[in-house]
Design a protein around this ligand. Structure first.
Ligand code: GLN
Length: 192
């Protein structure tokens, strides 16, 4: 079987790390910068970075509608940190003009972990990944304030979901692309 063509939204953020992780799990990553890059993708990764900036660039590049159509059609997507914010159904503490795709029924609060714990690392048990906890890196991460009834919570920190799935959409509040642990990318690509 040919390797899956997995787009990485390459407008801003940690694009190179996701590309490297996708290569390492045997997928064929494609950097997505313009609407024509979306055609023929099997799946899309939305990286961490700054969701307000990515939202603006999605609009100015014409990608917002092109990606939104594919997501509405059921294209698998994996969003990490800012990528999670972009896939959410509702964003609290966003910029007024910030848009999100509503591809997963979660309400997220930007920078919700507050100043003192802007960034932290945590060994995160994820049952779907086996006994070994995932080393999860949180950087000015969003807090999931509500997850809808159809959302499967795969991991939590302090009672808040940090890894969620709804159908073909997977979101993490942390950065699996920065820890060198490929299990979440493997899980995503395996399900595409
Ligand atoms: N705080 C950023 C935002 O609101 C997300 C941070 C990240 O992706 N590491 O987009």
């Amino acid at each position: 079987m040919a390797a899956q063509k997995v787009g990485v939204l390459a407008l801003q953020g940690d694009v190179a790390e996701h590309v490297a992780a996708l290569v390492a799990v045997g997928a064929h990553p494609v950097e997505v910068r313009a609407p024509e890059d979306v055609a023929g993708l099997d799946a899309l990764v939305l990286p961490g970075g700054e969701s307000t900036a990515i939202s603006r660039l999605l609009e100015s590049s014409g990608l917002f509608d092109a990606v939104g159509e594919r997501l509405a059609g059921g294209m698998p997507a994996f969003g990490t940190c800012a990528g999670m914010i972009l896939l959410a159904s509702q964003v609290v503490d966003g910029r007024p003009d910030q848009r999100s795709f509503g591809a997963i029924d979660v309400v997220v609060r930007r920078n919700g972990y507050g100043r003192q714990v802007d960034s932290f690392e945590q060994a995160l048990p994820v049952r779907a990944l086996g006994a070994e906890p995932l080393e999860a890196v949180f950087i000015r991460a969003p807090v999931v304030e509500r997850a809808g009834p159809d959302v499967e919570v795969l991991a939590e920190v302090g009672g808040s979901p940090v890894l969620c799935r709804q159908g073909p959409v997977l979101v993490a509040a942390f950065h699996p692309e920065l820890s060198g642990d490929l299990r979440l990318h493997r899980l995503f690509v395996g399900e595409c």
